[in-house]
Design a protein around this ligand. Structure first.
Ligand SMILES: N[C@@H](CCC(=O)N[C@@H](CS)C(=O)NCC(=O)O)C(=O)O
Length: 212
């Protein structure tokens, strides 16, 4: 039975899981859950993801949700020899990886996601954006990326010397904000630009960047 992703192909979290499948060469079947039609709130889907968001997965009867833990499950199960998650026996590499994963989740995801909502999703739905909120979010995100620039001036990747899931987790929002919202978040920061250029040109991301 193929690995099943229940998701909405353009959604960032669905693409985050699809990206890791591609990185690990895990074939997947995408079962569409149409967000604009409200299918993510349908009782059948809520049995898979009780919070009513996408994605959820089914791996030969094993079901789970939350894109980042799903990515880690994929590496644990299918990523023999993969360095996308450090060997847990390497305590320092693991600690630095966990730090980077936490930074993405706690400093980047929220302002990036809300900016995307304001600048791309609202206009797509014919809704006005909140200019004051956009200004505040941009200030927040820029201040976070200034810290990224300092980190990436000292090491090639957010977790250290090796590319990990912590880097890849950024791709859906960063791509959306630079390519769709046309925000200039990276070019003025040479190390962020070098890092983004490298991770976004990976074939796995190229394969799913516009839809899982
Ligand atoms: N932390 C969750 C977030 C899931 C999430 O917010 N998914 C969005 C799409 S990226 C969604 O389903 N939005 C629909 C809604 O909130 O109604 C994950 O990473 O899986």
């Amino acid at each position: 039975m193929p690995f099943k992703i229940y998701g909405f192909p353009p959604s960032t979290c669905t693409r985050r899981v699809a990206l890791v499948c591609k990185e690990l060469n895990v074939p997947y079947e995408l079962i569409p859950v149409n967000i604009p039609k409200g299918e993510h709130k349908a009782p059948e889907y809520l049995k898979r993801q009780p919070f009513g968001v996408v994605p959820a997965i089914d791996d030969d009867g094993f079901t789970m949700f939350e894109s980042r833990p799903v990515a880690r499950y994929l590496v644990a199960k299918y990523g023999k020899g993969s360095t996308l998650v450090p060997d847990p026996k390497d305590i320092i590499a693991t600690a630095k990886f966990e730090q980077a994963v936490s930074v993405e989740n706690n400093h980047f995801d929220e302002p990036a996601g809300e900016l995307f909502l304001q600048l791309v999703i609202k206009p797509m739905r014919g809704l006005p954006k909140d200019e004051e909120r956009v200004k505040a979010l941009l200030a927040t995100l820029n201040s976070k990326l200034d810290v990224y620039e300092m980190v990436l001036a000292k090491q090639p990747y957010l977790g250290g010397d090796i590319l990990t899931l912590a880097d890849l987790f950024h791709l859906p929002w960063l791509y959306g904000l630079t390519e769709k919202a046309k925000l200039d978040l990276v070019t003025s920061r040479p190390n962020v630009a070098r890092w983004y250029q490298e991770i976004s040109s990976r074939p796995a991301w190229q394969a799913v960047k516009d839809g899982a």
